[in-house]
Design a binder for this molecule. Structure first.
Ligand SMILES: [Fe+2]
Length: 515
């Protein structure tokens, strides 16, 4: 079930309006996806409390029948929604609050009225009824009526009696499936910066450099104006900026042959051969994007800076990597408190052009769709210890595949030394490993191989709370929720066709061998 309108309303309601400065409760000076996710959870909790206080004032008696409206498979944007759409989140908060009063309150039967837009007609209705049955609800009234706004669409009013805790789960499950459905919705991602970071943080190397701050602003504006499908605008990098790139590039060039994993070395060589990687100038995101598209279908979109962890991970589901385009301050070529384009280009892009690693990155993204805040934190932690700081085995040696290490030689040498602890990659324990944000990590996770890591991750993800499975359809650029026999049927048909091609290819090769 999708409730995109409700999810969008939720995103809008809880959009982070605070900047990522320590004064606003950001937990660390160094930026990371893990801290982004934690910050987001914290701010969402605070906002929910405010919404809850307002809801309490309005609802004098929590035992009254709650009317909950949501839109099945809605695709309209928030501004097109009914003004009187009550959404779901507030209801969830009121319910959670009532449940928290004690075990008796948790088991108490609550009557609720669900108003559903049946985008897929009776199929939608049947799925909702199955969900109600699963949560042991009793339907006391059911009626359908034509939707006022869309001809041919039906709304259903379903009144149910259900234990409060189950009702909360039902609503969450209905809402959780309302995620980003189409690639163009990435244009609505929440940019988290309310101001530019060098302006906010006194310890930022660019804090006292007016020219640098202006440059950051100029480059950020490109990202704010960017829409899906546009080419990424070229940036004329200055001599100073290219010099900074040169310093880092030549260091990576030195260290990479001995320490980087085979996948990274292979693509790095290709990038040099294509003329995209050279010591003289910063590659343009548009050129890198075209290269990656040819290799794995991954493309880039410019990001002004930080996005919410949820939005960043969701982009990966669409094989889109949100990349910054500005460069670190020239004063500190080997250190940056936040990701910059040197980190993105030298650290991430070679591996996103490797088919197996690209698949792993997309798997993390797909797992994030519809995940709870706690699960987003776990996924961000896994992302941190793999995509950013991962190590892997290669012919008996430990190599580096993490972008945070490949673009920072100090920590790379530390990670491969005998100082930190090396543990085998295991998603269940990696997901809850505390992250060190002030110094180098004391613990790194070592994967047997990227394929092995992908398999372990898939098994772990299958135990997450999401009650549905999703897949990305590259033809339509849509994430599909696999929740109906029709969709599964169509997928099986597609796979059968692919298998037929494979089997024909094998037969032809065999015939050629005999001849
Ligand atoms: Fe990164």
């Amino acid at each position: 079930m999708a409730a995109v309108a409700a999810a969008q309303k939720n995103r809008e309601m809880f959009a982070i309006k605070k900047s990522y400065s320590i004064e606003n409760g950001y937990p660390a000076r160094r930026r990371s996806l893990v801290d982004d996710a934690r910050f987001e959870t914290l701010v969402v909790k605070q906002t929910k409390q405010t919404v809850l206080d307002e809801a309490r004032q309005r609802a004098n008696d929590s035992s009254v029948e709650h009317e909950i409206e949501y839109d099945e498979k809605a695709t309209q944007k928030p501004e097109q929604q009914n003004d009187d759409d009550t959404g779901l989140t507030e209801e969830e908060i009121v319910l959670a609050n009532a449940i928290a009063e004690g075990p008796e309150a948790e088991r108490a039967i609550q009557r609720a009225a669900l108003i559903l837009r049946l985008r897929e007609g009776m199929n939608s209705l049947s799925r909702v009824l199955k969900a109600i049955e699963k949560y042991q609800g009793a339907v006391v009234h059911l009626e359908t009526r034509p939707n006022k706004k869309e001809n041919g669409q039906l709304d259903a009013l379903i009144k149910i009696d259900m234990a409060r805790s189950n009702l909360l789960q039902l609503i969450k499950n209905l809402r959780q499936s309302g995620t980003l459905e189409h690639i163009t919705l990435l244009d609505d991602c929440n940019h988290l910066m309310t101001k530019y970071e060098p302006d906010l943080d006194m310890n930022h190397p660019g804090f006292s450099d007016k020219e640098y701050r202006e440059r950051r602003k100029e480059i950020a504006e490109i990202a704010f104006a960017y829409k899906y499908g546009d080419p990424v605008p070229y940036i004329e990098y200055t001599e100073t900026e290219n010099k900074t790139w040169n310093a880092v590039f030549t260091t990576v060039l030195d260290l990479m042959p001995k320490h980087a994993c085979a996948e990274y070395r292979r693509v790095f060589k290709l990038l040099v051969e294509e003329g995209l990687f050279n010591a003289t100038g910063i590659p343009q995101l548009e050129d890198m994007s075209s290269f990656m598209k040819k290799c794995t279908g991954f493309t880039l979109r410019p990001a002004a800076g930080l996005l919410t962890a949820r939005d960043f991970l969701a982009s990966l589901a669409f094989r889109i990597f949100q990349s910054t385009q500005y460069i670190r301050h020239t004063k500190t070529p080997f250190h940056t408190p936040e990701p910059d384009c040197i980190h993105e280009i030298l650290g991430h892009m070679p591996l996103l052009a490797d088919p197996s690693f690209a698949q792993f990155s997309q798997e993390i993204g797909l797992a994030s769709l519809g995940a709870s805040d706690e699960e987003i934190e776990k996924l961000s932690t896994i992302y941190w210890f793999t995509v950013e700081f991962g190590l892997c085995k290669e012919a008996g040696e430990t190599k580096v595949y993490g972008a945070g290490l490949l673009s920072a030689y100090g920590e790379l040498l530390h990670a491969l030394s005998d100082k930190p602890e090396h543990r085998p990659f295991d998603p269940a324990t990696t997901a809850i490993q505390p992250y060190q944000d002030q110094e180098y990590q004391p613990v790194y996770y070592v994967a047997e191989s990227i394929d092995d890591m992908k398999d372990k991750f898939r098994r772990w993800v299958s135990q997450m709370s999401r009650p549905f499975e999703v897949r990305f359809n590259p033809h339509t650029q849509r994430v599909e929720v696999l929740d109906s026999v029709e969709k599964l049927d169509s997928l099986v048909h597609q796979l059968n066709t692919e298998l037929l091609h494979l089997s024909n290819a094998i037969n032809k090769m065999k015939t050629n061998e005999v001849e």
